[in-house]
Design a protein. Structure first.
Length: 182
């Protein structure tokens, strides 16, 4: 059988077509993504990283207070890669709970204490995951228990960033993720 020889011109033409096709496919894929704020939850012990979109720019860190055994909600916004604590909600006053208006407005309404008007900025939150406080991140109506993202006693670091991702329906997905009662 006779072999077909490709000229240098033909090889360059095939390469050019391949490169153009690659550019078109990359452009189509990029156009299907959107730039959104995300929380990055990294397990320091295993290096496992979970990225959760925060389309509305607000998330809540929920935990059970170790002494009062009541829920505490810390409400954050994300701005320029920083997390900003805006409000705290809790159901009991006493040891370990804020009670003054030094940084915000203290309110007591409907059996709930609230401190609003806060503006505490941080670049990361570091926690040790434990079943006792039942830490969870609440985003866009979905609760993400940290014990589903890391093992008990693992250390995690939570940071914020902007990333291009494919759009989601904001439906809680994955085992143990749910719609919380706030």
């Amino acid at each position: 059988m006779e072999q077909i020889q490709c000229s240098d011109f033909m090889k360059k033409r095939i390469l050019l077509i391949f490169v153009l096709l690659l550019i078109v496919v990359s452009t189509v894929i990029y156009s299907q993504t959107e730039q959104v704020q995300v929380l990055i939850i990294k397990d320091i012990d295993t290096a496992k990283e979970t990225v959760i979109p925060v389309k509305e720019g607000t998330f809540t860190l929920k935990f059970i207070h170790s002494i009062h055994l009541t829920p505490v909600y810390e409400i954050y916004t994300i701005s320029s890669g920083q997390m900003v604590l805006k409000e705290t909600r809790f159901y009991s006053l006493g040891v370990g709970m804020p009670y003054t208006q030094e940084e915000g407005i203290f309110e007591n309404a409907d059996g709930q204490f609230r401190i609003t008007g806060l503006n505490r900025k941080c670049t990361s939150l570091q926690l040790q995951v434990s079943p006792i406080p039942k830490h969870a991140i609440i985003i866009d109506g979905c609760s993400y228990p940290l014990l589903n993202l890391a093992e008990p006693e693992d250390r995690i670091i939570i940071t914020a960033d902007e990333r291009r991702i494919f759009p989601t329906n904001n439906v809680c997905s994955g085992p143990g993720f749910s719609h919380p009662d706030l």
